[in-house]
Design a protein around this ligand. Structure first.
Ligand code: NDP
Ligand code: 8X3
Length: 248
């Protein structure tokens, strides 16, 4: 039986790299996101690697869309909760509430909507499962100008720990990957499409790439049944924490 792997937010960055890394002849990769053209192009790449692929084009902020798209799936063996964003980078008194809503609705509520549906199906199937949440160093290290993004990733960190306990008796593994700086579309999204400002974030550093995170996820998924990685923090060598980056 093919392993069914659901990856949210696969149109770019970490999600896209993970979908490609996990694609193999014995897998069905289910990819989600809002940009259908990118999902269709990725499907062709995944199929070229011998995997089956299903595209689900929806917004994780909508519980209705999550239910309509995910409930019909039935059994899923692996869920990678990756869809997420940062929007804006400013002091709390200058924050834009639309940005705050986008981060909380996507990073926290979207992750919860998806997880409820898929974990329920995993428990019902009675065959265990594996859920990996993409957190961040922002989930334990709050930084200036990042109150709401950091709060959303603190929530992911708390949810990951609590759901590990909730799903323990069903034999479902729960892990969290918490990266530092990864060069993706993340900063372009954070700065509302300002490519120049986004490029400055990665200037003079060798940041992690989506493929590096995908490699860690592949490793976590390849461990024997009795072994689980609860939490892994991945940093580029040039970064020691949210406030410490060595630029050349
Ligand atoms: P990207 O912007 O490259 O990718 C984000 C992905 O999330 C896209 O596929 C996007 O798809 C999807 N997404 C965003 N909002 C929604 C939504 N409402 N509904 C469905 N899908 C959505 O960024 P990254 O790859 O860097 O980010 C992936 C995860 O990694 C995020 O959770 C982020 O917080 C986390 N992270 C990133 C770090 C970094 O430095 N890059 C470091 C630590 C954590 P689409 O727009 O097509 O819907
Ligand atoms: C993304 C990394 O440092 O911008 O989660 O919070 S950071």
């Amino acid at each position: 039986m093919k392993k069914r792997i659901l990856i949210t937010g696969a149109t770019s960055g970490i999600g896209r790299a993970t979908a490609l890394r996990l694609a193999a002849a014995d897998t069905e990769i289910i990819i989600t996101g809002r940009r259908l053209d990118r999902l269709e192009a990725l499907k062709a790449e995944i199929e070229a690697r011998g995997a089956e692929c299903q595209v689900l084009n929806f917004d994780v902020r909508s519980e209705k869309e999550c239910i309509e798209n995910l409930e019909p799936l039935g059994r899923v063996d692996i869920l990678v909760n990756n869809a997420g964003l940062a929007a804006g980078l400013e002091h709390i008194d200058c924050g834009d509430t639309a940005d705050w809503d986008a981060m909380i609705d996507t990073n926290v509520k979207g992750l919860l909507y998806v997880t409820r549906i898929i974990s329920r199906a995993m428990v019902a199937a009675g065959k265990g499962g594996h859920i990996i949440n993409i957190g961040s160093i922002a989930g334990t290290e709050p930084y200036e100008n990042g109150a709401v993004y950091c709060a959303s990733k603190h929530a992911v960190h708390a949810i990951s720990q609590a759901m590990r306990a909730d799903l323990l008796s069903a034999g479902i593994k729960v892990g969290e990957v918490r990266p530092g700086m990864v060069e993706t579309e993340f900063s372009e999204v954070r700065f509302h499409g300002d490519k120049e400002r986004a490029a400055c974030v990665y200037r003079g550093v060798e940041a992690l790439q989506g493929e590096d995170i995908a490699e860690a996820i592949h490793w976590m998924l390849s461990l024997p049944a009795h072994m689980n990685v609860n939490d892994i923090v991945l940093m580029p060598t040039c970064q020691a924490g949210a406030y410490y980056t060595c630029r050349k």
